[in-house]
Design a protein around this ligand. Structure first.
Ligand code: ADP
Ligand code: MG
Length: 304
């Protein structure tokens, strides 16, 4: 017997390295007329590295001590930035201190108790500005941290702020390479869907703008919380677009769920993203996304 076209298209997608979860999804892929892409782990390789470790003057911490505390708090997190921090500590031969009471807030950061201190690590924008997150008023430490953060972001780094008992103690600079196939993928998707892809990211506008320029993306929405990413997608859907979302993180799950089609990056993707998505990229190549969209289009021509 010959396989129905959608089933053979799914098998074909599998050979391209994309797990399409159902025939309905296979069909929907070709209907996308708008695309939203996540930054960290999606447009970038998702293996960021710590390149700067800057303890604040008043913290009394050495660079190694700062990195040790941050790694202890980040250890349970599956976020790519957390893995970068833990890897840097390991490569530096630093001890992994035990941590208790771990909490994480998607799109914001983590916190844990390390020794006698509560250590938080995460988005400077959220931890410095949101008094509920840091309960730090405008202090000398906050001003010094803000200056260090701005300096790092100028150079295209993502800055991770480390707080000790709510007080800024230091800043880590992290850089992540753009995927080799990012620009080509953006161009292919624009051609296939008739609309230029939008970048949705929780990261700072400065870091986002630099990456977007490299990828050939002009529309950037930065500083978004997970629910903001979903709202941006729903906005488009309500305007009559069928949005294809590609993401990798826990923070992308609401947007993946709100999308007409959600695709998760499989290699470094979080379990929640993989479960929520309609399709999963198994081979770690972004260019497989336009490939399966084209495949769906070709199949539709066959079916109709
Ligand atoms: P993106 O949308 O680019 O994938 P996220 O939404 O995952 O980024 O994260 C947004 C921001 O939140 C990050 O740039 C970082 O500042 C902060 N953040 C989130 N999780 C962590 C973590 N585990 N450690 C440090 N910072 C984090
Ligand atoms: Mg991400």
């Amino acid at each position: 017997a010959t396989m129905p076209p959608l089933l053979s298209a799914m098998a074909n997608a599998g050979r391209h390295g994309v797990l399409v979860k159902s025939a309905v999804v296979m069909e929907r892929l070709g209907q996308a007329d708008a695309v939203a892409l996540d930054k960290t782990g999606t447009l970038t390789e998702g293996t960021p590295r710590v390149t700067r470790v800057l303890p604040l003057a008043g913290s009394g911490l050495t660079a190694d001590a700062l990195l040790t505390l941050a790694a202890a708090a980040e250890h349970p997190s599956e976020h790519p930035l957390a893995r970068a921090v833990v890897n840097a500590a390991q490569e530096g031969g630093l001890p992994l201190l035990p941590a208790t009471g771990f909490t994480s807030a998607p799109g914001t950061g983590v916190a844990a108790t390390v020794g006698d201190h509560r250590i938080a690590a995460g988005s400077p924008a959220r931890l410095l500005r949101d008094p509920a997150a840091s309960d730090a008023p405008e202090t000398a430490e906050a001003a010094e941290a803000a200056a260090a953060v701005a300096g790092l972001e100028e150079t295209g780094c993502t800055a991770v702020l480390v707080l000790r008992d709510g007080v800024p103690a230091g800043v880590l600079g992290i850089t992540d390479r753009i995927r080799r196939d990012a620009a080509a993928t953006v161009a292919s998707l624009a051609r296939l869907t008739g609309g230029s892809p939008v970048l949705l990211t929780g990261d700072h506008p400065r870091a986002a703008a630099r990456l977007a320029a490299e990828a050939g993306i002009t529309e950037v929405r930065a500083g978004l919380l997970p629910q903001d990413k979903a709202a941006a997608v729903r906005e488009q859907e309500q305007a009559g677009r069928r949005v294809l979302v590609v993401g990798d993180g826990v923070n992308d799950a609401p947007a993946l769920a709100a999308a007409h089609i959600g695709i998760a990056m499989g290699r470094a993707g979080s379990d929640l993203a993989l479960e929520t998505a309609d399709a999963v990229i198994i081979r770690d190549e972004l260019a497989t996304v336009p490939a399966v969209v084209a495949l769906s289009r070709a199949t539709r021509r066959l079916v109709v």
